[in-house]
Design a protein around this ligand. Sequence first.
Ligand code: NAG
Ligand code: NAG
Ligand code: FE2
Length: 452
Amino acid sequence: MVTARLLSLAGLVSLAQAFAFPEGCEPRQVHIAGGADASKSLSVSWVTDGSECGDFSSVSYSSDGWTKSVGNAAPSSPTRYNQTTTKYGTYVSPYLWNCELPDLAADTEYSFAFGATQPSPPSPPSPSYSFKTAPSATSSPSSSLYPTKIAMVGDLGQTSDSASTVANIAKEEVDFIAHAGDMSYADCDHDRWDSWFDMVEDVSSNTPWYVVGGNHEIEHSDVDGEIFVAYENRFNMPKIKPAEMEPFTGETSCTPSAFLGKYDWGNSFYKFAHGPSTFLMLNSYTDSAPGSPQYAWVESTLAGIDREATPWVFALFHSPFYNSFSDHQGEEQQILMKSSMEDLFIKYRVNAAFSGHVHGYERTNNVAHEALDPAGPMYVIIGDGGNREGHASGFLDSTPPVWSAFRDNTIFGHALVTLLNETHAEFTWEKNVAEGVFETADSFIMENQYYL
Ligand SMILES: *[C@@H]1O[C@H](CO)[C@@H](O)[C@H](O)[C@H]1NC(C)=O
Ligand SMILES: *[C@@H]1O[C@H](CO)[C@@H](O)[C@H](O)[C@H]1NC(C)=O
Ligand SMILES: [Fe+2]
């Protein structure tokens, strides 16, 4: 898909008009995510400094290059969040806007811009952005369902290495990005959320970007115990229902490595379907034991997936089940989630699970309870996005365990999954060479365990 901004309006309106937003209403940090069914809806999120923006806060969109039909969607009122910590005092966020673009056509390239619709062709006072909806899993010919190209990233941060990773992902022209947690490394200094969204905007405004919460999203306040405040407020994933969360009353740092709190629904765990794939986006840091909301939802969701429609099923969560690095071993949330959910993943033939947390790259063979098993998932750690904490320190043992197929803690990068057809997918790990330059360092053909 097109990842560069389309300045298709530049020829229609003068630059002065093009950027004539009322004071405080210019949209910044634009980011998009597909809906629960990415062939039908998409959410546009952005921030402004002011809240009284009238028609300038609505989103115009068009599937024919602004020549004929122009839709217009109005967001609900903007929200703000604040957080107080001893170290950083009180931060109050900019105004946060979300707008759902409903009833989209499948497999269609759209343009969107901020501002009210005008007689066609429109002249919204905004640059024009673009995205492509997913093909419909049930009604598209398989020639449009495949290939589906997905970038996977984790533990990204906002260093020059992070910027290289983002620039490299932009060159892949993927259908969407799935991020296995630890986005900004704001670490309770919330201005760093604003600078992170600025850093990713060229990509996030044109490519649906789905996230799960990592420990760097916990951002526990030592004043009122609130957790995941920026994460829940700044992203707008396809929510099942509003978040249910509780302040954490125990002693802990802003971003504890090992943690179990209460944060269900909302952006905590959700699913989406994009073309021939269903993704379960999970939270390592809330209860995952049998009987918990997350466990019950994962079980019923996996049982209900129509594998004829979406033969590929993936899970993302931050804290990995399989990890042969010495970092982040034996953490409580990891032990709990693996002991409760690994059997569900095996039973329902989840194809692969992607995590971060450890700042390296590791791909497993198909595995079930530490033993090689062609029916078990492949597990991948992609915590090598390039954040300020640097590379994972080393390996637990210099001889890799039998399930470990490839591991590296020396180079940053991202992974790419290309779904070729219902039985085969290509998986590659792309290491950063420079900004906009990368090369394949690990490559593997995945076979869909569902058909075994
Ligand atoms: C912070 O948020 C709380 C709850 O939403 C609100 O009552 C309070 O007034 C806010 N404080 C500031 C400084 O905005
Ligand atoms: C799916 O793709 C693989 C790899 O390209 C190929 O070997 C296989 O024949 C394809 N299967 C079908 C049914 O097209
Ligand atoms: Fe982490």
